[in-house]
Design a protein around this ligand. Structure first.
Ligand code: SF4
Length: 408
C-alpha cells in the first residue's frame, strides 16, 4: 500500500510495531483475533484492525503538503477534513479555516474568498454545486482534492447504474458530508433518493408496491430526493449504493429488503431488469474494522473502549457492535478518563457526552477490549492504555511489554 507522510505525533511506535507484526504473520488478513497486551492485573485486547485508513492518511498527507507549499496564502477546507477532533484542531492551529460545519451550515461565506485562496476538498468529497461555486470564484478546487478513492468508487458505481436507467437509492446518513456528496453526484445523472435506515426502507417499500398513497411520498421523503424523481415511474428500476462507513449488516438487510420488494412486484425471473446487483459499497477499512470487532467480541471482556470522534460514522458503528455485548465507552481522547472511576463517554446516537462512574470494575483482573475508528490517530490508543495502566501502577510492566514488542 502507498506510503503517506503523516505527522509523527499521530503515530505510536508501540502500536505500529504491533500492527506490523500482525500484518507480517497474517498477510491475507484472515485472522481477526485480537492482540493481547497482558499486564497481569489488567489485560488489553486490541482489535486486529483499527485506526487510520488509506483515505485518512491520504487526506492528511495532501493537507500538510498544501500548507507547506502555500505559505502566506489563505487556506480553507470545505468542512472538517475528517471526523477527528485532534486532526481538525491541528489544522486550525496551522491557520486552516473551515468554510462549513459538518452539517453543511456556512461558517465563512463564500463571498469572502478570492481567486488567490486555496480550498481543500475533504476526504468525504463534496457536492457538485459547491464545487461549481468555488470554481466560479476562480479557485482551482480540484488541485487540492483529498476525496478518498473509495468514496469516488461509490460515485462510479452510481454512474454505472444510472447509465443503465436505474434510480439510485443511497443508504446513508442524510446529513453526513459523504452522503451529501454522493447524493449530489448521483442526482446529477439519475433519480436519486436517500434512506437512513431499515425503518425508512420499509416505508419506501410500501410506496413501491402501492401500499401507501404516492401523495404522501413527498412529505415522508422531503429533502431526500432530487427534483427529477417521479415516484410513480422511477421505482421500476432501482439499485442501492451506500455510504462507505455504514454497518455492513444494515446495508445488506436494506438491499435484501428492497430486492424482495422488487421480486414481489415484478417476479424473480425479471429481477435483473428491475434491480441492479451492486453489492455493498463499503470501503475496505470499514469491512476490516467491523470484522475485527466481531473477532474482538469473541473474547470475554469486562468493558470495551472505542476511540474516535463523536461525528465519526465508522467509529459509531464499532460502538454499536460492542454495546450489544458489553459496557462500552466511546471517547475521543485519554483526558476523557477522569480517574479510575469516572469517564466522560460520547453517546454515538445523540452525540451528547455523559459522565459515567465506576467504569473500571473492582476485580482482581480486568479485561478491556479496545478498538478505534478510521480517523483516530494511534497515539490516542496508546495514551488511553497508559492512562489506565497508571491507575494500577503498571507503567513499568507496560514499558517492558512495549520494549518486547519493539524488539521482536
Ligand atoms: S473510511 Fe473508507 S472511505 Fe472513508 S476515508 Fe477511510 S478508506 Fe476512505
Amino acid at each position: 500500500m502507498k506510503h503517506f507522510e503523516v505527522p509523527s505525533g499521530y503515530r505510536s511506535h508501540f502500536i505500529t510495531a504491533i500492527k506490523e507484526k500482525r500484518k507480517e504473520e497474517d498477510k491475507l488478513k484472515k485472522d481477526f483475533s485480537p492482540t493481547l497486551i497482558d499486564l497481569g492485573k489488567v489485560k488489553f485486547y486490541l482489535a486486529r484492525h483499527f485506526g487510520f485508513c488509506y483515505g485518512v492518511e491520504n487526506a492528511i498527507d495532501i493537507a500538510y503538503k498544501t500548507i507547506e507549499e502555500n505559505k502566506g496564502k489563505r487556506i480553507f477546507l470545505l468542512s472538517e477534513m475528517i471526523h477527528n477532533p485532534q486532526v481538525n484542531e491541528d489544522l486550525l492551529k496551522k491557520g486552516v479555516q473551515f468554510l462549513q460545519d459538518t452539517d453543511g451550515n456556512e461558517i465563512i461565506p463564500l463571498s469572502n474568498l478570492s481567486k488567490e485562496d486555496i480550498v481543500i476538498i475533504p476526504a468525504f468529497g463534496t457536492t457538485l454545486e459547491l464545487e461549481k461555486k468555488i470554481n466560479k470564484i476562480g479557485i482551482e478546487i480540484q488541485k487540492y482534492n483529498t476525496t478518498c478513492p473509495f468514496v469516488e468508487k461509490v460515485w462510479n458505481r452510481g454512474d454505472q447504474i444510472a447509465k443503465k436507467g436505474f434510480t439510485v437509492i443511497i443508504h446513508g446518513k442524510p446529513k453526513h458530508e459523504e452522503t451529501r456528496a454522493t447524493f449530489s453526484h448521483a442526482a446529477d445523472k439519475t433519480p436519486t433518493l436517500i434512506v437512513n435506515d431499515m425503518q425508512e426502507t420499509i416505508v419506501l417499500g410500501k410506496f413501491i408496491i402501492g401500499k401507501l398513497p404516492l401523495e404522501e411520498f413527498k412529505i415522508y421523503f422531503k429533502n431526500r430526493y432530487n427534483d427529477i424523481l417521479d415516484p410513480d415511474i422511477h421505482f421500476e428500476k432501482i439499485g442501492v449504493i451506500n455510504q462507505t462507513t455504514q454497518l455492513a449488516s444494515d446495508t445488506q438487510a436494506i438491499s435484501d429488503y428492497l430486492k424482495n420488494i422488487i421480486i414481489s412486484k415484478y417476479g424473480k425471473e425479471n429481477i435483473s431488469a428491475h434491480f441492479a446487483d451492486t453489492r455493498d459499497t463499503l470501503c475496505y477499512a470499514t469491512n476490516d474494522n467491523q470484522s475485527a470487532v466481531v473477532g474482538l467480541l469473541e473474547q470475554a471482556g469486562d468493558l470495551a473502549i472505542v476511540m474516535g470522534g463523536k461525528n465519526s460514522s465508522n467509529s459509531s458503528h464499532l460502538v454499536e457492535l460492542c454495546e450489544k455485548k458489553l459496557p462500552t465507552y466511546f471517547i475521543d481522547d485519554a483526558n476523557k478518563i477522569i480517574d479510575h472511576q469516572q469517564i466522560i463517554k460520547n453517546n454515538w446516537m445523540t452525540k451528547q457526552s455523559e459522565l459515567v462512574t465506576n467504569f473500571l470494575p473492582n476485580k482482581s483482573t480486568i479485561s478491556i477490549l479496545m478498538t478505534s475508528g478510521a480517523s483516530c490517530p494511534d497515539i490516542v490508543v496508546e495514551s488511553v492504555i497508559r492512562r489506565i495502566v497508571g491507575f494500577y501502577e503498571l507503567d513499568e510492566k507496560l514499558d517492558s511489554v512495549i520494549a518486547k514488542w519493539m524488539t521482536e
